[in-house]
Design a protein around this ligand. Structure first.
Ligand code: UDP
Length: 329
């Protein structure tokens, strides 16, 4: 298929681009390079530097490349930043998606795979999380994504041919299995790369955010899914989506690991010691989040290939060890 990957220079979008090309699809990446990296975009893809707000450029690009499906990854994704600058999150994440949908409507593109998040569930009463649980985000970031889910539902009602799949990500981790691309955020806040940077000495230490949670070892539990498994789910969703279908799926491996589990895994994988500081809780971190991903497994036949934590961490470490400055831009 002809696919537009919006946000294709970012961490997840760049991995999706590579896997789409490997699977024989044609890709045009659209990215404003605000937080993405040009070097992360596979050379087999076409690249258009544009912002989501440029509806006319999006429309023109959709027409020019005869795009059949948009994979929409372009977004701001720092929970803390969304609290201090909520308008930016509603503008870029919610407004940006509306602009993309307007361009798609004008160009007659009828399929979207949308990057949603488990942050739309807020602090759930129970785990594992199933798709039918109530959604009550605790951050503007979570709301900015939940609003898009609502926009998609309403738009799909207005156009019976429009189809979308919204994938609610849990903790995306790891890097390309061939070592060619990886995770490079500025600032980096995600647990696995932060620990890897502590191993390399790029940062002085890893601070564990809270040890008094109501979990077996007192640290927070999350569901870490390998970025290639996550991107594989996008491709499956795109290929199987029928006109008018609307789907929501959780995307995790259905297993939780604590912060201490991740630290031990990085020690095993790297064979190195590093400085660990046990600090205060970070505001807004729910104690335990992991997915029930039976729906996507049953309906799309998706299965994660990476089910071993050390294997996920190993791919992250392989890339970070060779690229301590990320893409160097
Ligand atoms: N975390 C931590 N120290 C760090 C970064 C993260 O203890 O330097 C914890 C964080 O509190 C959470 C888990 O690691 O419980 C995963 O955090 P991350 O920011 O990677 O993803 P999130 O769950 O916030 O999406």
């Amino acid at each position: 298929m002809n696919v537009m990957v919006a946000g294709g220079a970012g961490y997840i979008g760049s991995h999706a681009t590579k896997l789409l090309l490997d699977a024989g699809h044609k890709v045009v990446v659209v990215d404003n390079l605000y937080r993405g990296h040009r070097a992360a975009v596979d050379s087999r893809a076409d690249f258009v530097e544009a912002d989501l707000a440029q509806t006319d450029v999006l429309e023109q690009t959709l027409r020019e490349y005869r795009v059949e499906c948009v994979m929409h990854f372009a977004a701001l994704a720092y929970v803390g930043e969304s609290v201090t600058d909520p308008l930016d999150y509603y503008d870029k994440n919610t407004g940006g998606t509306v602009s993309m949908l307007q361009a798609m409507k004008a160009a007659g593109v009828k399929k979207m795979v949308f990057s949603s998040t488990c942050a739309t569930y807020g602090e759930p009463d129970d785990v594992p999380i199933v798709e039918t649980m109530g959604q009550s985000p605790v951050s503007p970031y979570g709301w900015s994504k939940l609003f898009v889910e609502r926009v998609l539902i309403d738009y799909a009602v207005s156009d019976p041919e429009f189809a979308f799949t919204a994938l609610r990500y849990f903790n995306v981790a790891g890097a390309s299995s061939d070592g060619s691309i990886g995770e490079d955020h500025e600032p980096e806040t995600h647990l696995i790369p932060v620990i890897c940077e502590a191993v390399l000495g790029v940062r002085e230490k890893i601070v564990v955010f809270g040890t008094d949670y109501d979990t077996p070892d007192g640290t927070c539990i999350r569901d870490y899914i390998h970025v290639e498994d996550l991107c594989g789910a996008h491709i499956l969703a795109m290929e199987k989506m029928q006109p008018g279908q609307t789907n929501f799926y959780n995307l995790g491996i259905g297993r939780g690991y604590s912060v201490k589990d991740i630290i031990e895994s990085v020690k095993r994988v790297t064979g190195r010691e590093f400085t660990i500081e046990y600090g205060e809780r970070r505001a807004g971190d729910p104690p335990m989040l992991y997915a029930n991903s039976e729906k996507i497994q049953g309906e799309l036949g998706w299965k994660p290939n990476y089910t071993d934590l050390d294997e996920i961490v190993r791919t992250a470490w392989n890339w970070i060890e060779k690229h301590p400055d990320g893409y160097g831009d």
